[in-house]
Design a protein around this ligand. Structure first.
Ligand SMILES: *Cc1c(COP(=O)(O)O)cnc(C)c1O
Ligand SMILES: [Zn+2]
Length: 484
């Protein structure tokens, strides 16, 4: 069936979480000009969407899943509830979204002791979920460029690796006036993540320190110079990332009963988007109830966990947020001590819990050992899970240990990037050479290593025929093969 681009146009505006001030979207804003607070975007006409029933929306999104229009094939399948101000010619589609949900293999299900599936967001174009947000942010940027006739736009971001890979990719695709600059903490991104923006032709600047230090520099740049900030302070990125929640709901056929989601928290942009996405679906009756959401943090970068731990002891609204100093983590993409989106999380969690109860949002903390071993365990049972996906899965295991998840519940694990970006951590585990700060002691059962059989010198001393025969015998001996 043919799908035309929707007619609906919303009335989007920024609103400040600090002072509730509203601002038009003609300008790129990152923080509130009057109080400095974090901004969110919403459609002031959102309530008008209730003219359609939940059932009609579900049918529309289900039909649209077959659309052949580039502008509707990716995250903009959910156009009306995401960024309904963009014109189709501005929308960028690089194949983001629509990532596979893989049911846990029977043996992994047994090993974990729960029923669950993994949504592999590593199968996005730059191999992480960051592409969802970039597709939206760059589409909006294209609209601005068209409108204002800008001849040069410098996009800039700080990154734990994946934001810069995604930003550089989309900037390279858009081309023209758009130039990409990324700021990385030296030695704190993987070689693969460093290779990505370099390959896309971005200007890559390395700075000492960790992500939190780079973020401060980028914020200073955004305050004092004309640059387009692409960190998740940019509320357009949050909108695009809401597509994760929409897809998850659609995959469950919009039935949220007994569903728990596990999401790693770093800068807290992703969890913000997931919370907001489900709240929108609920408000339009597209889903009848809210699923339970578990944020997961490593004990080496756990400011959000600490906040909610304090709040559950002291009472709602009585906790005080404190940034933490991070320690090295294999979930390096989430190794952030002062999450920029925390004020968003606090606000949305309060709303979420008001609608669905305190158990509807919880944060669990996991060890580095559990993170890497959950990743390895998932992968050796046929999945492709990155270290942050390992963190999500470790979160499920921790929730099971604490009996926070019941036997009748089904969990969806967010694996946020492709495993290959983090292959170095697997190597450290197999070689048992993690720096002591990681606090990881490999378990023999999960180790694996290549078996060298012949040396080059031994091979060189033989004719080819001799070598092939001898090597074949050696392999057969190694494997204990029987002759036929
Ligand atoms: C950015 C990132 C995270 C953390 O997401 P936030 O939105 O910063 O909380 C987790 N995993 C991967 C792979 C990432 O790139
Ligand atoms: Zn404000």
């Amino acid at each position: 069936m043919r799908n035309n681009f929707p007619d609906y146009r919303g009335n989007m505006e920024y609103y400040c979480l600090g002072c509730d001030q509203r601002y038009g979207i003609d300008e790129l804003l990152y923080t509130c000009p009057s109080c400095g607070g974090v901004l969110m975007l919403h459609d002031a006409a959102f309530a008008s969407l209730k003219a359609k029933s939940g059932e009609e929306w579900r049918a529309l999104f289900d039909t649209r899943a077959a659309s052949k229009l580039d502008a509707l094939r990716g995250i903009f399948r959910f156009y009306e509830i995401m960024a309904p101000v963009l014109e189709p010619e501005d929308i960028i589609y690089l194949g983001e979204g629509n990532t596979p949900v893989i049911n846990a293999s029977p043996t992994l299900r047994e090993a974990i002791g729960a029923n669950f599936a993994i949504k592999n967001d590593g199968q996005n174009p730059s191999a992480s979920f960051k592409d969802r947000g970039m597709a939206c942010a760059f589409s909006y940027l294209r609209a601005l460029i068209r409108k204002h006739g800008w001849d040069e736009v410098l996009t800039i971001c700080a990154s734990t690796g994946d934001t810069s890979a995604a930003a550089a990719l989309y900037a390279a695709y858009v081309g023209g006036p758009v130039k990409s600059v990324v700021l990385l903490p030296q030695g704190k991104v993987t070689p693969q993540q460093l290779g990505q923006p370099l390959g896309s032709g971005a200007t890559v600047i390395e700075l000492p320190g960790v992500f939190d230090d780079c973020m401060k520099v980028v914020e200073d740049l955004a305050r004092n110079y004309r640059v387009a900030l692409l960190n998740s302070k940019n509320a357009w990125r949050i909108l695009g990332q809401e597509s994760y929640a929409f897809e998850a709901a659609q995959w469950r056929d919009w039935d949220m009963r007994d569903l728990c989601l596990f999401v790693p928290i770093g800068n807290a942009g992703n969890i913000t988007a997931v919370l907001n996405g489900f709240l929108k679906l609920h408000e339009l009756n597209i889903i009848a109830r809210l699923p339970r959401i578990f944020g997961v943090q490593s004990s080496h970068a756990d400011p959000v966990f600490r906040y909610y731990e304090q709040e559950s002891a002291a009472g709602t609204g009585k906790a005080e947020f404190k940034a933490v100093k991070v320690r090295p983590s294999v979930a390096q993409a989430a190794m952030i001590g002062n999450p920029v989106s925390f004020p968003r999380v606090r606000r949305l969690v309060a709303k979420y819990r008001e609608l669905a109860g305190d158990r509807a949002f919880q944060v669990v903390r996991v060890s580095e050992q559990d993170i890497i071993e959950s990743m390895l365990l998932a992968n050796r049972h046929g999945h492709i899970v990155c270290t942050q996906g390992g963190e999500s899965l470790a979160g499920l295991r921790e929730a099971l240990r604490q009996k926070l998840v019941g036997a009748n519940e089904f969990s969806l694990i967010d694996s946020t990037a492709h495993m290959l970006k983090f292959a170095g951590f697997q190597e450290h585990y197999f070689a048992d050479d993690f720096a002591p700060e990681y606090e990881i002691k490999p378990d023999g059962a999960l180790k694996n290593a290549p078996l060298p059989l012949f040396s080059q010198a031994e091979k060189d001393a033989l004719t080819e025929t001799e070598y092939v025969r001898r090597a074949s015998v050696a392999v057969a001996d190694q494997l204990g093969l029987k002759a036929r």
